[in-house]
Design a protein. Structure first.
Length: 279
C-alpha cells in the first residue's frame, strides 16, 4: 500500500533547529568597525602585523623582523604608507599566515576564497559547492548518534508495522531523538590542516527538514535537507582566548574587522546537503 499521500499532508517538516538563529547579525562576531585604537590595545592587540604598524600606517623597515618584540618598538623606523597600501599588506599577510592551518587536501583553497570574500564581499553571504560537499561527507562519515542514521532507523521501524498511519507520532519521536544527536562539525584533528577548521570549525546554526517521504510495496524513500550556517567573524571572547590571541593570523583578522577605520564586514557562511535515505 502506498502511504505517500498521508505523509505528504505533514510535509515539509522541520525535524530539528538549533537554538542559535540563522542570520543573527546581533552576534558579537558579526560586529565590525566598532572599536578604536584604545579599545583594541586594551584587548592586547598591540603587535598586529610583522610587516606594518596599522595604527600609524607605517611599513616596517627592519633588518630583523624579531625587533618587533623589542621594548623600543614604538621608535622603530619605517616607511609611511597609505591606508589602502596598509590594507593590501595586511590581507596578503593574512593569506600567507592562513597556510599553517590549511595546507593539505581538496579544501585547502577555501580559506583564500573566504579571505577574499571578507575583503571584497561587503558582508554578503558566502556559498561554496566545496563546503556543501564537505558537509555531505561529514554527515556520512560517522556512526555514533548520526542524525541521518537516527532518522533512517526511526522511519524503518515505523514502516515495519502493518499499515502505519500515525505520522505526527513518528515526527515527534524523531524530533526527540535528534535532541541527543551529534551534529556535524569541522573540529576533527584532520580539520586543523585541511582548511575546514580555519574556515568553519564549529557551526553556528543548523536545521534538518524532511521534504518527502514515500512508502512503496517493497520499501520506502525520503529526502532530508540539512542546512547550516557559520559566522566568518571574530568576537571579543575569541581574541581574548589563549589559543586565538597567540596567532598573528587572528590578530590581523580581528583588527581588520573591528577597527573603525578598516571595518571589513564579517559574513554568513551558508552550506547545505540534500540526503536521500530509504530501504
Amino acid at each position: 500500500m502506498d502511504n505517500s499521500f498521508s505523509s505528504s499532508m505533514y510535509l515539509p517538516c522541520t525535524l530539528f533547529e538549533t537554538v542559535s538563529r540563522f542570520d543573527d547579525r546581533s552576534a558579537d562576531d558579526m560586529q565590525c568597525g566598532d572599536m578604536g585604537e584604545r579599545e583594541l590595545l586594551a584587548l592586547g592587540l598591540r603587535d598586529i602585523s610583522a610587516k606594518v604598524d596599522p595604527y600609524r600606517l607605517v611599513r616596517y623597515d627592519l633588518p630583523n623582523r624579531y625587533e618587533l618584540d623589542s621594548p623600543f618598538r614604538s621608535s622603530v623606523s619605517g616607511v609611511k604608507i597609505s591606508h589602502q597600501q596598509c590594507v593590501e599588506i595586511l590581507f596578503n599577510e593574512m593569506k600567507e599566515l592562513s597556510q599553517m592551518f590549511s595546507f593539505e587536501g581538496k579544501y585547502k583553497m577555501l580559506i583564500g576564497e573566504m579571505i577574499d570574500h571578507f575583503r571584497f564581499g561587503n558582508g554578503c553571504g558566502f556559498y561554496s559547492e566545496r563546503l556543501n560537499l564537505a558537509f555531505h561527507e561529514r554527515l556520512n562519515s560517522y556512526l555514533h548518534a548520526n542524525p541521518r542514521l537516527l532518522i533512517e532507523k526511526d522511519i524503518e521501524e515505523f514502516y515495519s508495522y502493518h499499515n502505519p498511519t500515525n505520522y505526527p507520532d513518528l515526527f515527534f519521536k524523531i524530533k526527540a531523538k535528534l535532541l541527543r544527536a551529534t551534529l556535524p562539525k569541522f573540529n576533527e584533528n584532520e580539520d586543523r590542516i585541511n582548511g575546514l577548521g580555519i574556515t568553519v570549525h564549529d557551526i553556528a546554526a543548523q536545521a534538518i527538514k524532511l521534504f518527502s517521504l514515500q512508502k512503496y510495496a517493497m520499501g520506502w524513500s525520503a529526502t532530508l535537507f540539512f542546512e547550516a550556517q557559520d559566522h566568518f567573524g571574530l568576537d571579543v571572547i575569541d581574541i581574548q582566548s589563549k589559543l586565538y590571541s597567540q596567532f598573528r593570523f587572528f590578530r590581523i583578522w580581528f583588527f581588520l574587522q573591528r577597527h573603525r577605520d578598516f571595518a571589513f564586514k564579517p559574513f554568513f557562511t551558508n552550506f547545505l546537503a540534500v540526503e536521500k535515505i530509504g530501504k
